[in-house]
Design a protein around this ligand. Structure first.
Ligand code: IFM
Length: 415
């Protein structure tokens, strides 16, 4: 327990494409081609209350990341806000398309930018947790087949080598990849994200590629700086069978964990210094893969709020005997009416897990800022800090202050 007390990190996460603005990558291209379609489809995709509450979802503009939060230019001020909220750590991602806009050609200006970002965090005593890849690809790499290309691990290794050489002196905590199963599932199984190829064979290949890329990156980062602490961000839902005694439903749950947890950690065995858990949902699976929930308490996106699920997952992960950082947990809540309780309850269950002996060493709320939520665009509001996208005005939400108070005065055992 004592060891955890001195090391506990808490703060929030962002990712480059969702906040920076003015990115030119596979996603920004896809947005331009798909914005009209997404706006048209929104009416049938969402429930009446969602469509009424968020009319911007019916406009094409909602689906173009554009300037986003202009965080690329405003990061210093944004970090001042995180500091004013007493965070002691911050997770952000590097934008590959800025750093390697052409194959093999690295943009020194972009590298310097991220160096300044890292220094700005350290100056404010915010420990940087750096994600190397959070889903967006340079266009040249997307054209070569992206994560499903057999060469992807080698491209990722070259990129990581550059990153490690430039930043390893400044950064201790590295997250190689963000949520491999989510990006693979949406791009290659559901076919709703770029490159929209519905193909189980490619999905499996992309997943294996990503895990292999993590392993290569681990070795590179360790070689450059043996002190580095490295993991990859894994999204796990807390899944239960829809009918408790139905063998088919139980099989679906088993299969889910087999793919999202077992396979991921087996293939990267020995190459994780910590586990990075990202938790959002609870779902009950009805065979084969229909997800249902009881719909009692949901976020603006309709995701069921179930804080106890975090505890269940943390206990599940205890068997790997590695420190755990919760690198994302959050909800879309425009009115800020549920966020305070959401954070309090998740932290409560996280503490319960720690009491049961799970070695949790950090909690990062998703997200510091409202941001661009991929194919859903701007309407879901995840931020501790609200953004007025017309003026770029930042407003600290009440729940952000409550989050701070919880850590400052909440007498949490973890601190
Ligand atoms: O916004 C995303 C993030 O990019 C990855 N994890 C889940 C978040 C909320 O959907």
């Amino acid at each position: 327990m004592k060891k955890q007390k001195s090391q506990f990190f808490w703060g929030s996460s962002t990712s480059s494409h969702q906040v920076e603005g003015d990115n030119h990558n596979d996603w920004s291209q896809w947005e331009k081609q798909n914005a009209e379609r997404l706006a048209k489809e929104a009416k049938n995709k969402w429930t009446d209350w969602q469509a009424r509450k968020f009319p911007t979802m019916l406009k094409a503009q909602n689906y173009i990341s554009g300037k986003a939060c202009d965080h690329y230019n405003r990061y210093e001020k944004d970090f001042n806000l995180a500091k004013s909220l007493s965070h002691n750590a911050h997770r952000f991602s590097l934008e590959w398309s800025r750093i390697e806009p052409e194959e093999g050609k690295f943009n020194q200006e972009a590298i310097e930018h991220y160096r300044q970002v890292i220094l700005a965090l350290k100056k404010r005593e915010l420990e940087p947790f750096v994600t190397i890849w959070h889903w967006t690809l340079p266009c040249w790499l997307a054209e070569k087949g992206g994560i499903a290309s057999l060469d992807f691990p080698q491209y990722f290794a070259k990129f990581t080598q550059k990153i490690a050489t430039e930043f390893s002196g400044e950064v201790k905590f590295w997250i190689t990849l963000n949520e491999p199963t989510v990006v693979v599932g949406n791009a290659y199984l559901k076919g709703i994200w770029p490159p929209q190829k519905k193909c189980p064979r490619l999905a499996f290949r992309a997943y294996k590629n990503l895990l292999a890329s993590h392993n290569l990156a681990y070795d590179i980062l360790k070689k450059v700086n043996p002190e580095s602490q490295i993991g990859f961000a894994n999204n796990l839902n807390f899944m239960e069978p829809y009918y408790r005694y139905c063998p088919a439903d139980n099989f679906s749950v088993w299969l889910y964990y087999r793919l999202a947890e077992r396979m991921a950690y087996k293939r990267t065995a020995g190459k994780n210094d910590f586990l990075a858990l990202q938790y959002y949902f609870h779902d009950r699976i009805r065979f084969p893969f229909f997800r249902r929930h009881e719909n009692k308490k949901v976020s603006d996106l309709g995701w069921e709020i179930y804080p106890r699920g975090l505890y269940e997952l943390l206990k599940r992960l205890r068997k790997y005997n590695l420190p755990i950082y919760i690198t994302e947990n959050g909800l879309a809540d425009q009115d800020d009416s549920q966020r305070k309780e959401f954070i309090q309850k998740h932290i409560f269950w996280m503490q319960k897990a720690i009491q049961k002996g799970v070695d949790v060493r950090g909690y990062f709320y998703w997200s510091l800022l409202d941001n661009f939520e991929w194919d859903k665009g701007f309407w879901p509001r995840f931020g501790l800090i609200g953004i007025d996208y017309r003026t770029q005005k930042r407003t600290i939400r009440k729940s952000a202050v409550e989050y701070r108070n919880l850590f400052l005065y909440g007498e949490l055992e973890i601190l």
